[in-house]
Design a protein around this ligand. Structure first.
Ligand SMILES: Cc1cc2nc3c(=O)[nH]c(=O)nc-3n(C[C@H](O)[C@H](O)[C@H](O)COP(=O)(O)O)c2cc1C
Length: 231
């Protein structure tokens, strides 16, 4: 469609220049690019390859307007040609996903029956510990779902930016309203929204980040890290 179709930005440039885009033009995202964006996210890693993420792709204007209403009336949801609803399935592992993942591994020649048996045991005991804590800490399944879904989500964000698009991640939505507007089942959690398109107007200014010394520690919590490459 445009020069952006073939041009791919370097990842370092993408990381430096990405901003959460406040406003979008209505220019469409061609299917070929959307497919690259979605496929990139679906390659994300997940524990036992369980892939608990699910994405609803919202492109229809009437649906974007519905989503906007369920998401604090944020104008960018109606403006951007594509908005993804990133969801996490917390029970899929026991509803067929684990067996499907094992079948997939088998078809790809990965692992053997001993390994698959250990996957079954480990996954079941991980989730069983929700009721009876192991080591004093029960797994928080919402965190578990969020952990994986955000990797896929973020990979989609970076791929979109690499292809020359602008993006806006969002947590400002009413989960119940989004679920009922998009027929999302009760056992599914909504993790975040991602608008993808081309920004309208100049980019937002970079608001800065904490220095590394404030958020990265060496060896134990609180100890500053020193790297020979930084002052
Ligand atoms: C998970 C997540 C949720 C966010 N939710 C919203 C949101 O609902 N509305 C919004 O305008 N910005 C939202 N933002 C954008 C942040 O405000 C923005 O990333 C932050 O201010 C830093 O700006 P930058 O991304 O342009 O560097 C969200 C960002 C993330 C990562």
């Amino acid at each position: 469609m445009t020069v952006h179709d073939s041009a791919q930005k370097a990842f370092t440039e993408v990381v430096r220049d990405r901003r959460a885009t406040p406003n979008f033009l209505s220019d469409p995202v061609p299917d070929a690019d959307l497919e690259k964006i979605l496929a990139a996210g679906l390659k994300a890693p997940s524990a036992y390859n369980l892939q608990p993420w699910r994405f609803v792709v919202v492109r229809d204007l009437a649906n974007r307007m519905k989503l906007r209403v369920a998401a604090l009336n944020q104008p960018k949801i109606e403006e951007a040609p594509v908005v993804l609803i990133a969801c996490a399935g917390l029970a899929g592992w026991k509803e067929g996903d684990l067996e499907e993942v094992i079948a997939l591994a088998r078809a790809n020649g990965y692992g053997d029956e001993v390994r698959y048996a250990s996957w079954r045991r480990n996954v079941s005991s991980f989730f069983a510990s929700e009721a009876g804590p192991i080591g004093g800490i029960a797994p928080d399944v919402a965190v578990w779902g969020n952990r994986h879904t955000m990797i896929a989500f973020t990979t989609m964000m970076w791929m979109a930016e690499t292809l020359g698009y602008d993006t806006a991640p969002m947590e400002g939505f009413d989960e119940g309203k989004v679920k009922s507007a998009f027929s999302i089942p009760p056992e599914i959690r909504i993790v975040a929204l991602l608008a993808i398109g081309r920004r309208k107007g100049p980019d937002k200014l970079f608001a800065g980040r904490f220095p590394m010394s404030r958020t990265v520690f060496a060896e134990k919590w609180g100890d500053a890290i020193t790297l020979s490459s930084t002052s």
